[in-house]
Design a protein around this ligand. Structure first.
Ligand SMILES: Nc1ncnc2c1ncn2[C@@H]1O[C@H](COP(=O)(O)OP(=O)(O)OP(=O)(O)O)[C@@H](O)[C@H]1O
Ligand SMILES: [Mg+2]
Length: 306
């Protein structure tokens, strides 16, 4: 139909395409039965009067839809807000709990440091008292007995004097005054002599002097580990190795004894070792298997100060 002047189609396509243009508010009829093809959103004719259904293309429909959307968005925003608030609260509670836990473990660590330091101070004090008081008195008595020619009594006092000296040395490793290396050497040699276990000490020398806390800790760890070898291992040989690697001192005590199945239940000995090592920021590893010996390795930063 060339040159036809027929009006443009008013099918669904054209209607939806023009749905964005509603009539001005003041000129809108109250109700209508038919839509005007030329003005979508408007109605043509005036009868019969029936309410206009909320058509998405007509402004009340769009208003309702907008309101509906608004309500929906509002609910959605509320839900989102509640979820965000809940997650935030949960996060705060969790981070508060974690902070409290971290503070607690820090306090516990500081308490352990103080306890170990107090223990060492107390041991040092008792050792000094033993040496200066009991030691002096026993020495004086021994001299008197010797002068009187009472040999038997003098020998007994001499034994008591040696025990006091041993005890005093045990309480405070005065051998450490000579340095860690001679102190460890003396400890290992003495252990070998007393137990008949073949005991060897291997040190990566020269070993720079460490802080007093670290030296006391290393000495005590070796002391307890060797005591354990004598008590539990039934070993023929024990090796003590000390070396420095990447800013940490590594101490290993390894025996070829009966070993242990699974994790040994730590008593005061191993607990004390672990406490000393961790108090200085170090780590303790224990390896053992039945019939395959027992190996204990402590790694402690050399700059460690309790
Ligand atoms: N060298 C070892 N060989 C075999 N078992 C060992 C060795 N060292 C430790 N154990 C095992 O680990 C356990 C815990 O050792 P730990 O030193 O803590 O306690 P303990 O020696 O029994 O008592 P104490 O508290 O008086 O030291 C020991 O009872 C023992 O069973
Ligand atoms: Mg023990």
């Amino acid at each position: 139909m060339r040159g036809s002047a027929s009006p443009p189609s008013s099918g669904p396509t054209s209607r939806s395409s023009s749905s964005a243009t509603c009539a001005p508010r003041g000129s809108r009829p109250r109700s209508c039965s038919r839509r005007s093809p030329s003005s979508p959103g408007w109605c043509s004719g005036s009868t019969p009067r029936e309410p206009l259904p909320p058509d998405p293309g007509c402004w009340p429909g769009r208003l309702l839809r907008a309101l509906g959307n608004g309500v929906l968005y509002g609910v959605f925003a509320d839900v989102l807000f509640i979820v965000a608030a809940a997650v935030g609260t949960l996060f705060l509670v969790l981070s508060d709990g974690r902070r409290a836990l971290e503070e607690r473990s820090l306090q516990l660590e500081q308490l352990t440091h103080q306890l170990l330091r107090a223990q060492e101070d107390e041991r040092r004090r008792i050792a000094r008292e033993l040496h200066d008081q009991a030691g002096q008195v026993l020495t004086a008595v021994k001299i008197e007995l010797d002068l009187e020619g009472r040999r038997e009594a003098s020998e007994m006092v001499g034994q008591a004097l040696a025990q006091v000296r041993d005890l005093s040395n045990l309480l405070r490793p005065s051998v450490l005054d000579l340095g860690l290396v001679p102190a460890l050497r003396g400890l290992v040699e003495d252990f070998g002599r007393r137990t008949r276990v073949d005991a060897a000490l291997e040190i990566d020398e020269p070993l720079a002097p460490f802080g007093p806390e670290l030296e006391v800790a290393l000495f005590r760890v070796v002391q307890e580990a060797l005591t354990n070898v004598a008590r539990h291992a039934a070993a023929g040989r024990v090796d003590v190795r000390v070396g420095v690697e990447n800013g940490s001192v590594r101490l290993a005590v390894e025996d070829d004894g009966r070993g242990f199945a699974g994790e040994p239940t730590p008593h005061l000995g191993l607990l004390g070792i672990r406490e000393r090592v961790t108090a200085l920021g170090g780590a303790l590893a224990i390896e053992s298997a039945p019939g395959q010996g027992f190996r204990l390795e402590a790694t402690i930063p050399t700059g460690a100060v309790a």
